[in-house]
Write a protein that binds this ligand. Structure first.
Ligand code: NAD
Ligand code: UD1
Length: 310
């Protein structure tokens, strides 16, 4: 099976690449290395690694025409909400036009396509109060990033309705695990907490630390993707991808204390504007296809902390 992973040199993409390489899929990665690293996927040779932007139409067309991928997992995106706020035209080009370009090129030039998976985000729900977040919950995007993810998933769905492309969108909740880059203030909070514990530095809570998230370990995400790939009924659908459980940041900090057998300084500052207070996913639809998260928060954190590497 031939698979294209856009954004495959990033945090999530590198885990998917690793999993499917082990399964002897022929993996191609299309990545401009804007936030990803070539070193995340050293097991992919240069012939299968294309360093380019997904908006490069002629390159994408040539690649898809030539390789006739069975599966496309589309992760490449401007992933930073703040960057989308600072530069909405650029993020729109990549997150919407780039996605549409991939869909259209597959429609026109790839009759072999069996599954197209789009990485959407829980950000589409915005700061609405209803819990758990259901795929039919009210949508209230609060950033260009969230609008772009919503648009991307709607295009993905309409390509199934109109042209019968086998497409699925997954609304990722808060994913964590090895290779998540902790180096920006807007990096995933658990990667920052881990780095602060490892380096004995102060961790800053934005707000009182009682905000909750549905933290999903990256290997459970990989399992969910494989469930979608193996199920034809996933075509045309949008699923939440989380664990169905919420935990507060303060509780996460305590779990780090237990695993590190020590503590670090902490301080509390003002809540980030637009920050969501509580979030967790209803995941029944994905469970009905066979998804079952395997990692408790303790198991996921322990594996993450003991991972050798960044
Ligand atoms: P990441 O930054 O580690 O990975 C993104 C990858 O895409 C990087 O390797 C980057 O170099 C590449 N990329 C960015 N723009 C590109 C472009 N124009 N052309 C080609 N490649 C490009 O981030 P991640 O956490 O692995 O996120 C993967 C996907 O999952 C993204 O679409 C993101 O929006 C989505 N997502 C992630 C989370 C999370 O908790 N990490 C939550 C919701 C949604
Ligand atoms: C995250 C994603 C976003 C995705 C959304 C889906 C990242 C970087 N962002 O946003 O792309 O669409 O989930 O649910 O993965 N916090 C602190 N201290 C810190 C850093 C963060 O207290 O040093 C707090 C934040 O204010 C927030 C919580 O931790 O309340 C989680 O923050 P973050 O990891 O950035 O994720 P989301 O904002 O949920």
């Amino acid at each position: 099976m031939k698979m294209l992973i856009t954004g495959g040199a990033g945090f999530i993409g590198s885990h998917l690449a690793e999993f499917y390489c082990d399964k002897k899929y022929e993996i191609f990665i299309l990545d401009d290395l804007s936030t990803g690293h070539r070193s995340n996927v050293e097991f992919i040779d240069d012939k299968h690694f294309i360093k380019s932007c997904i908006t490069n139409k002629s390159l994408v067309e040539d690649l898809i025409k030539k390789e006739q991928f069975d599966i496309v997992i589309h992760l490449a995106a401007v992933v930073s909400v703040v960057e989308s706020i600072n530069n909405p035209i650029r993020s729109q080009k990549i997150n919407i036009d780039g996605t549409l370009n991939l869909l259209e090129t597959n429609r026109r030039h790839n009759e072999n396509l069996k599954r197209f998976i789009f990485a959407s985000s829980a950000a589409v729900y915005g700061n609405t109060k209803s819990l758990p977040k259901k795929t039919d919950s009210f949508i209230d995007p609060e950033s260009p990033y969230a609008i772009e993810k919503y648009t991307g998933e709607q295009y993905t769905k309409i390509y199934n309705n109109l042209y019968k492309l086998p497409t699925t969108s997954l609304r990722f909740f808060n994913v964590y695990g090895p290779r998540q880059d902790p180096n920006s203030p807007y990096s995933g909070v658990l990667s920052i907490m881990k780095s602060k514990f490892a380096n004995n530095e102060t961790f800053t809570f934005y707000g009182d630390g009682k905000q909750t998230r549905d933290f999903v370990y990256v290997k459970d995400l990989v399992q969910a993707v494989s469930v979608v790939i193996n199920n034809e009924e996933s075509s045309g659908e949008i699923f939440n991808l989380g664990t169905g459980k919420q935990i507060s940041l303060i509780n996460m900090f305590e779990k780090f204390e237990i695993l590190y057998k020590r503590t670090i300084d902490k301080k509390f500052t003002t809540v980030r504007s637009g920050d969501i207070k509580e979030s967790y996913a209803q995941i029944e639809a994905l469970k009905n296809l066979g998804y079952s998260p395997k990692y408790s928060i303790e198991e996921g954190l322990e594996e993450y902390i003991n991972y050798v590497g960044s």
